[in-house]
Design a protein around this ligand. Structure first.
Ligand SMILES: [Cu+2]
Length: 151
């Protein structure tokens, strides 16, 4: 019996797909030339130590015209963080330097570029509402989503 039996193959498949599989501690997000993200919500598994967001600009426009970043804060802080980010300017990736309300952020990227950011999941509290957005001027009202700690 050199060939794996069907039953053994099924068991192996069940083991690989079962609850022993580690939680997914990263997410891929795309921004477009149409000023859109391809996601609106993110659930961060509480079992992750770190969570990584990989941002990709799927468009062609340069960052000065249609730049995108990914900025995470408490939902209650998002508007003020976005406003202060605009004042900080493109060379600061539209994030106020040292802004303690910012939990994590990528840099501003243009078409074809990528950036990633990782943060400690311990910074997130269960039951708190978090918001993420692109802080490029004028984008945060459309390019935004929610994030919460999942059980
Ligand atoms: Cu943007």
């Amino acid at each position: 019996m050199m060939k794996m039996t069907t039953a053994a193959a099924a068991l192996l498949t069940a083991l690989l797909a079962g609850p022993t599989l580690a939680a997914t501690c990263n997410v891929d997000i795309e921004g477009s030339d149409a000023m859109q993200f391809n996601k609106t919500s993110i659930a961060v598994p509480a079992s992750c130590k770190q969570f990584t967001v990989k941002l990709r600009h799927a468009g062609k426009l340069p960052k000065a015209a249609m730049g995108h970043n990914w900025v995470l804060s408490k939902a209650a802080d998002a508007q003020a963080v976005a406003n202060d980010g605009i004042a900080a300017g493109l060379d600061k990736s539209y994030v106020k330097p040292g802004d303690t309300r910012v939990i994590a952020h990528t840099k501003i990227i243009g078409g074809g570029e990528s950036d990633a950011v990782s943060f400690d999941v311990a910074k997130l509290k269960a039951g708190e509402s978090y918001a993420w957005f692109c802080s490029f001027p004028g984008h945060s009202t459309i390019m935004k989503g929610t994030l919460a700690l999942a059980k």
